[in-house]
Design a protein around this ligand. Structure first.
Ligand SMILES: [Zn+2]
Length: 202
């Protein structure tokens, strides 16, 4: 709390309301010397006077104590918070996309190993069938996890309206795709086209 800053602020706000020190003092039923003292930074308004004073000056107690209007600051904090969330989301998306690649890779290796084991090693037929079934289950669940991570880890950008959207699993699986683009229907404008994959949102 900076008394001098608060004092200057009180004077500034008082003038904005076209009030003299005397008029402000009268409104608060105090002496104009007290108002003068505040404005020179030689004392703070009594707690019981803060609310009525703020009401007269059209400011908040927070403004009074800070010595300036705080809403601009709040706006900035909000903007920073939004920026932080975006950065966090982007880094999470990068992680999910990397995990998706790793998961896909592990699935392929696991399935191939199981098939090699089932075909090369001598074992009873029942065991061979069991291993092939295990390979199929591993393959399906591995692909499912890979796809989910890939969907969650980014957006697709509509080539027409440039809006970003996350496709549903159904849309994702059905869509013809290249490495960087996928044929999808935009959630915003409804047009279908080759949408580019975006990991981060700008
Ligand atoms: Zn669109």
């Amino acid at each position: 709390m900076d008394q001098i800053k608060t004092g200057k602020f009180i004077a500034e706000m008082r003038k904005e309301q076209n009030l003299t020190q005397r008029q402000l003092a009268d409104l608060l039923s105090i002496s104009d010397k007290t108002v003068s003292k505040w404005e020179c930074g030689k004392g703070m308004p009594d707690v019981s006077l803060m609310l009525p004073l703020c009401e007269i000056l059209h400011i908040t107690v927070n403004d009074l104590l800070t010595g300036k209007r705080v809403f601009e600051n709040e706006y900035q904090n909000k903007a920073e918070e939004n920026m932080m969330n975006l950065l966090k989301e982007n880094s999470e998306n990068k992680k999910k996309t990397a995990l998706s690649v790793i998961c896909g890779f592990i699935t392929i290796i696991a399935v191939i190993s199981l098939i090699i084991i089932a075909s090369l090693i001598d074992m009873p037929t029942a065991a061979r069938v069991a291993i092939i079934i295990l390979a199929i289950i591993t393959g399906i669940s591995g692909i499912a996890v890979t796809v989910l991570l890939d969907i969650e880890g980014g957006y697709y950008e509509c080539p027409y309206c440039k809006s970003l959207f996350v496709p549903t699993v159904g849309e994702y699986v059905k869509g013809y795709h290249t490495l960087t683009k996928r044929r999808l229907t935009c959630h915003k404008c409804g047009k279908t086209g080759m949408c580019r994959r975006r990991i981060v949102r700008k």
